[in-house]
Ligand binder design. Structure first.
Ligand code: M6P
Ligand code: ZN
Length: 194
């Protein structure tokens, strides 16, 4: 347990910009930070070497990530794709058996969840909230033409385990299609999988 004492406070979420005031930690991830995530290695290298665009930005509130606290942050994923595979977060599992809530703020996104056997997905948009149960790895994908923005709220003791997704993937991939987007389910739980 931390000896830090957090006082009650309010923050202003600027839904139009993804800003949080007062601001805590900020993380930006560009194409070059997402090595190994996208299926098309050639398209990935071209995107990385030809501009290295910003893919997403996470602006946290000033809440420590320790048990008992409840950190929250606004994530903005830009619209775009690498070889047709839509821009997405790295994705992580929690190191502790803890869940999380994602509240849609603007744009259209997909919350991908992976149990290690089964892949699931939930649409997130303004007025739609996605629930991540404990034990499910999770990633978000921008499936629209505008920036996709959501508020995440999670237990301070949850922890981020990136190795699980690096090793096992997310059991599904999301691509642009004529209808907007298409989810390709590669998991053992997929219909027709053995
Ligand atoms: C949400 C939360 C954060 C997470 C961020 C980006 O805001 O789940 O905890 O860090 O999304 O996701 P990732 O850490 O997988 O890049
Ligand atoms: Zn999480």
């Amino acid at each position: 347990m931390s000896s830090e004492v957090t006082s009650p406070f309010g923050v202003v979420l600027d839904v139009a910009s993804g800003g949080v005031e007062p601001e805590g930690p900020v993380t930006e991830r560009r194409v070059s930070d997402l090595e190994g995530l996208f299926k098309d290695g050639g398209a990935y290298r071209r995107a990385r070497d030809g501009g290295d665009a910003l893919v997403y930005r996470v602006v946290g509130a000033p809440v420590p990530e320790v048990p008992g606290e409840v950190p929250f942050s606004v994530t903005t994923i830009e619209p775009g794709d690498v070889g047709g595979e839509l821009y997405m977060t790295k994705g992580h599992a929690h190191t502790a058996y803890e869940g999380e809530v994602y509240v849609g703020l603007s744009g259209r996104g997909l919350l991908l969840l992976y149990s290690g056997e089964e892949a699931r997905w939930v649409e997130i948009s303004p007025g739609r909230v996605g629930y991540i149960p404990p034990g499910w790895a999770h990633r978000t994908v921008n499936v629209g033409e505008e920036p996709f923005r959501f508020l995440a709220v999670y237990p301070g003791g949850a922890g981020h385990d990136y190795d699980f997704v690096e090793e096992h993937g997310m059991g599904a991939r999301v691509f642009r299609s004529g209808k907007g987007y298409e989810v390709v389910d590669l998991s053992a739980g997929a219909e027709g999988a053995v």
